[in-house]
Design a protein around this ligand. Structure first.
Ligand code: PGA
Length: 261
């Protein structure tokens, strides 16, 4: 890996609990029109892997919407068991059957509102890798943790405890780490490029210790937290920021496309 940007950037929308099927049809009509007016998806695909994390009710409509592009659809959660008495959950084989490419796991909203632990996130990572789906693992510190100077400690514990559930074999499968400082999510406050780059460098260094140097250099570490068309270019220009996980600015096709162009 000799050039400055050895990793293809990964840009994913995170729609959270937004949109109905009708909204999605309108979204992709606009999205596909804007992309084709700007020269077609192949130009974007040269620079970026693009995905949307969407509610399970929208998988099919989204897959229709992105059919003629290389855009991938992700779930926003999964269970680690293949099947069983887990009311309300979706397993990895079910997600595969529904045609999705991977799943966002460990998002801070799920940690906060659904009590998701690092151990649970690790089991989901393992299940996704075993099942051949892409895990997008979210980690990040809260505002009080950053103010107390504990950012690196928090990231390190999240990575260690999560990775304790992941086998060596599974690390051979592609995965993406999303660094999402909780204080920047949905707040309009963005980490500065320097703050984000420093956290990404730290995460990559930790991963080199916990996995292998080769794995840490190949893995894409993407930034999430109020990324939008005005700040994306600068953030994505940092050598260790390998993409973005974009919430609010992915809900409008115009905004999301501006980030890609
Ligand atoms: P935001 O959300 O872009 O609206 O801050 C990002 C996320 O939660 O993934």
């Amino acid at each position: 890996m000799t050039d400055a940007y050895p990793r293809k950037k990964f840009i994913a929308g995170n729609w959270k609990m937004h949109k109905t099927r009708g909204d999605v049809e309108t979204f992709f009509q606009t999205f596909n029109r804007l992309i084709s007016e700007s020269g077609g998806f192949s130009q974007i695909a040269e620079r970026y892997d693009v995905a949307f994390g969407v509610p399970a009710t929208l998988f099919e409509t989204c897959e229709q919407g992105v059919k003629s592009t290389g855009v991938r659809i992700l779930a926003q959660n999964c269970h680690w068991e293949a099947q069983g008495a887990f009311t309300g959950e979706l397993s990895v084989p079910m997600l595969k059957d529904a045609g999705v490419h991977g799943a966002i796991i460990g998002h801070s909203e799920r940690r906060q509102y659904n009590g998701e632990t690092n151990e649970a996130v690790g089991k989901k990572w393992q299940a996704l890798s075993r099942g051949g789906l892409l895990p997008v693992i979210c980690i990040g510190e809260s505002r009080s943790e950053r103010e107390a100077g504990k950012t690196e400690e928090v990231l390190s514990v999240q990575l260690r405890e999560t990775l304790s559930q992941v086998s060596k074999d599974s690390l051979g499968h592609d995965f993406v780490i999303a660094y999402e400082p909780v204080w920047a999510i949905g707040t309009g406050l963005t980490a500065t490029p320097d703050q984000a780059e420093a956290a990404h460098v730290f995460i990559r260094r930790e991963l080199a210790e916990l996995t292998s140097k080769a794995c840490s250099e190949a893995v894409r570490i993407i930034y999430g937290g109020s990324m939008n068309p005005s700040n994306a270019r600068e953030l994505l220009g940092c050598p260790n920021i390998d993409g973005g996980l974009i919430g609010g600015a992915s809900l409008k096709a115009e905004d999301f496309v501006r980030i890609l162009l």
